[in-house]
Design a protein around this ligand. Structure first.
Ligand SMILES: [Zn+2]
Length: 719
């Protein structure tokens, strides 16, 4: 490239015409990266010199406009570059006779933008100029040249980028491409990472891993750190305090990236972030990044750095984190909520994980196999009441735990003691630091000559502040000691032993949270497979115990209807037989209970009323005498609601609901204390029976309309 020559106006310049000079000349100035703006002051100056070139070509200085909004905008695409947008707009408004740039094809960074500009310039007869010459896009040869230059420019950009990347990759393969040391590491004099020399920093990093393993979840870790006011040691990478230790509030994001970072197990990684262009947002550079797990990073060199944890521990933490992501195919972390088994239950039919759902006014727990429904919109596979299953498993667990209780109490005592020791050490270091800071402030104050009054005043202030801080820390420590003495007291020891020996009492205690129970279950059980025999009350439960043992159980679940009971035929036969012998309802109920029959809801045993219910549903009880079958009150084919319900062998409440929904022809009879009369001829009764028998399948939202639309009453019949 040569310096733009100050040429005199060439009258015979064949491409330059009057109509070009009538319009503006635009100088487009751009440096892609802020660093370039600083480094290439010279080239920026050259770009501004283009104004003089325009003047030399015949424009008056007022008619030369400089667009430099895009300074410092890295621009692979025009979307974020306002200056380029403005340039396009000006051209398409026919305001521009000439565009000047330092090197024409660098006006636009991508081929697409470049061709768009060329197209517009051709339509509006705008000339393009750079240091090398003047181009007319309406001229075929010029246009070809400009197009080629755009293409070469893009190719050059690509080569530059890939050469840069290749260099980085080469360095990374040796494990030498280091960016910024993560928490707990500092850059040593040789440029390599080493453990942070500050002992407290090391201790906090180790504590994070210990606590995560103990709590089992990121959230538990965060909660623990917040509860114990443990702050994270950060050495900022920039700013006035660069490289100096700061103690910051723990955040989920920081902890998460720390737990995922293989450096803590001593490994070097490179290429753990990849770009997903679909997730990128224009103008936001950091969007669209997805993270690679450690083992699929482009470069992973084990034992490259001093480690905080072993590689095995790192892997088990990764596994735990993966499990915690509540994906249907992995073991779930204990969730808050009354469900004991969610995350452990697996459908015996399709092998998917069961979900917990709460429904109804009582917020009853149900376990459902809905994964296929949620993912694929397929019909639901399994759904069963939850409480009975939780109870069953809890009962089994306690039976298993009983013999181990003494050992448990000792382990609990040790764990509690270890935790206290760790916290105590953390506090000692905090106090030491505060004390050191106060002493240093005092030393600094004393070291200054009294003449420097401004300085002494500031140092005095700092000293006082350090003293105040030390006092606050002392007070906080005293509070901590009061709440949690360093040694377990005799009564605490006692309480632990007593509790551990009364497992059922401990399980049911009000201090035991649902989450505690979930954690206990997860310690002992790996999986619970549940299968239902058809649609019946018989449930097969397989418990997969930690350690690989499996046990198989048959449990009775509550079901909605008598017909679902596997014993339904025997039950009916037994009731019929006893009823035939003239045994009264109460005695029949007693017989049934003694013989091991159970009602569908499993809430209690058979009662006389339930026996009567079973009989009346089958019409054996005999219809109730119609109270007011009276031509003056009811028309032909009209029934009292209760009578029709009995006729159709369905619950009164359900028929009431249909009536409220307008699914039957009904009227309120004032003379009969406002009772509902429902009109249903032969055809209507048939429809209602079909409606009753109809079973909706998920995801069908409502019953078919043919079944819910009542037949119009003939004119003569209505009243
Ligand atoms: Zn299923």
């Amino acid at each position: 490239m040569t310096e733009p020559a100050r040429r005199p106006i060439v009258d015979g310049e064949p491409k330059l015409h009057e109509h070009h000079l009538w319009r503006q000349a635009i100088v487009y100035v751009r440096q892609s990266h802020p660093q370039q703006v600083l480094d290439h002051v010279e080239s920026t100056a050259r770009q501004y010199a283009l104004v003089e070139r325009a003047v030399a070509l015949g424009w008056t200085p007022e008619r030369v406009v400089v667009i430099d909004e895009d300074q410092g905008q890295s621009g692979q695409s025009a979307a974020t570059r306002l200056g380029f947008q403005r340039l396009l707009a000006e051209v398409s408004l026919d305001h521009v006779g000439l565009i000047l740039g330092l090197e024409m094809s660098r006006l636009a960074r991508s081929n697409k933008d470049w061709h768009q500009l060329l197209e517009l310039c051709a339509i509006f007869r705008t000339l393009l100029a750079d240091a090398d010459g003047l181009y007319d896009p309406t001229d075929y040869n010029d246009r070809l040249l400009l197009g080629l230059r755009g293409m070469m420019n893009e190719a050059e950009l690509y080569l530059m980028k890939s050469r840069l990347l290749e260099g980085m990759r080469h360095k990374a393969r040796r494990g030498d491409l280091l960016n910024r040391p993560p928490m707990g590491y500092v850059r040593g004099p040789d440029g390599d990472y080493q453990l942070d020399p500050d002992e407290q920093v090391q201790r906090v990093v180790r504590l994070i891993f210990d606590v995560f393993e103990q709590q089992g979840s990121l959230h538990g870790l965060l909660r623990y750190l917040v509860a114990h006011d443990i702050r994270l040691p950060i050495r900022p990478h920039f700013g006035p305090n660069r490289g100096h230790l700061e103690w910051r509030r723990p955040s989920r994001m920081t902890l998460q990236s720390l737990l995922h970072h293989p450096i803590y197990a001593g490994a070097y990684r490179w290429g753990y972030r990849k770009m997903d262009p679909r997730k990128q947002q224009p103008g936001r550079r950091s969007t669209g990044r997805t993270l690679n797990p450690a083992d699929s990073c482009e470069v992973l060199i084990p034992d490259r750095f001093p480690a905080y944890i072993t590689w095995e521990r790192f892997e088990s933490i990764q596994q735990r984190l993966a499990d915690n992501r509540a994906i249907a195919t992995s073991l779930g972390a204990p969730r808050e909520g009354p469900s004991l088994l969610v995350g452990l239950l697996v459908c015996g039919r399709c092998g998917r994980r069961l979900l917990a759902a709460y429904s109804g006014q009582a917020n009853r727990l149900r376990y459902t196999c809905m994964r296929a429904t949620i993912d694929y919109g397929a019909p639901g596979c399994l759904s069963l009441a939850g409480a009975f299953l939780d109870d069953f498993v809890a009962e089994h667990l306690l039976r298993v735990l009983q013999p181990a209780s003494l050992e448990l109490s000792l382990a609990a005592e040790q764990a509690l003691q270890a935790e206290r020791t760790q916290l105590e050490a953390h506090w000692q270091q905090r106090l030491e630091r505060a004390q050191y800071q106060a002493e240093r402030a005092a030393r600094q104050y004393r070291a200054v000559e009294p003449e420097y009054r401004l300085v002494t005043r500031e140092l005095e202030r700092q000293w006082e502040e350090a003293l105040r801080h030390e006092q606050l820390e002392q007070e906080a420590y005293a509070r901590f000691r009061r709440e949690q003495p360093a040694e377990l007291t005799a009564s605490e020891r006692d309480a632990i032993r007593r509790l551990a020996q009364d497992m059922p009492g401990l399980w049911a205690a009000s201090e035991t949270t649902a989450q505690d129970r979930q954690e206990i279950v997860r310690l002992l059980l790996e999986q619970v497979t549940v299968g239902v025999q058809g649609d019946s009350e018989q449930v097969d439960v397989r418990l997969h115990w930690a350690g690989g043992v499996e046990s198989q159980h048959r449990v009775i679940r509550p079901v909605a209807r008598y017909e679902q009971l596997s014993t339904y035929p025997q039950l009916l036969a037994r009731i019929d037989a006893l009823h035939g012998e003239g045994v009264n309802f109460e005695q029949i109920a007693a017989h049934l209970n003694r013989e091991g029959f159970y009602p569908p809801k499993r809430t209690d045993q058979f009662s006389a009323a339930m026996v009567a219910g079973v009989l009346s549903r089958r019409g054996l009880h005999g219809p109730r005498p119609r109270a007011m079958v009276d031509g003056s009150v009811l028309t032909p084919h009209e029934y009292w609601l209760t009578d029709l319900a009995r006729e159709l062998a369905m619950p009164i409440a359900t028929l009431h609901k249909w009536q409220r929904s307008g699914w039957v022809q009904s009227r309120k009879v004032a003379v009969a204390a406002g009772r509902w009369a429902i009109w249903a001829d032969e055809e209507e009764r048939k429809r209602l029976r079909r409606l009753r028998a109809y079973q909706r399948k998920w995801p069908e939202p409502r019953y078919p309309e043919v079944l819910t639309t009542p037949k119009a009453r003939e004119p003569g019949e209505s009243r």
